[in-house]
Design a protein around this ligand. Sequence first.
Ligand SMILES: CC(C)(COP(=O)(O)OP(=O)(O)OC[C@H]1O[C@@H](n2cnc3c(N)ncnc32)[C@H](O)[C@@H]1OP(=O)(O)O)[C@@H](O)C(=O)NCCC(=O)NCCS
Length: 148
Amino acid sequence: MTDPDQPHLRPAGPSDLEGILAVQQQSWEASAWPAQIENCLVYRADRQIAGFLLYRRIVDESEILNLAVAPAFRRRGIAKALISYLAEILPGDVLLEVRASNAPALSLYRSAGFLADGRRKAYYHRPVEDAILLRRTATGVEIDRQPC
Ligand SMILES: CC(C)(COP(=O)(O)OP(=O)(O)OC[C@H]1O[C@@H](n2cnc3c(N)ncnc32)[C@H](O)[C@@H]1OP(=O)(O)O)[C@@H](O)C(=O)NCCC(=O)NCCS
């Protein structure tokens, strides 16, 4: 049996909500989607929630609605592991939108194989900013798409 104290990925459960909220509160760049345990994957380490990924399934595609890693756990591959876990349990394209100024997130998604798939002008508020649409195809076949 897996030792629950070892770092691991898994779907969120009721006892994870508090930890998810704590990570979200420490991540002001994260999206404003309300925290929830349904359709949420968590990475646990040091007996706490180190990061989470919230998604929704649309037919055969997955949309990342929110993704955040607590500052103390960043740059350890946790966000990338959460994205890989999503693709593993729900095969198909993965898509999302991100603030145009969110350089760390854009760098993460670029390193995870996402490509730019459009732009929504003035999509975000406070501050007003464009959204970059990103997609990673399950097949890896790309036509006319540029690295994000
Ligand atoms: C963006 C975020 C989720 C990245 O989480 P993370 O666990 O630190 O990311 P990873 O360790 O998996 O990073 C994988 C790769 O992404 C890139 N990357 C991640 N953070 C980066 C940063 N701050 N600057 C530049 N590149 C970065 C790097 O290429 C990195 O690989 P490397 O560490 O070997 O160089 C995290 O910084 C965060 O929670 N930010 C606030 C919330 C947010 O912006 N969410 C995105 C909403 S769409």
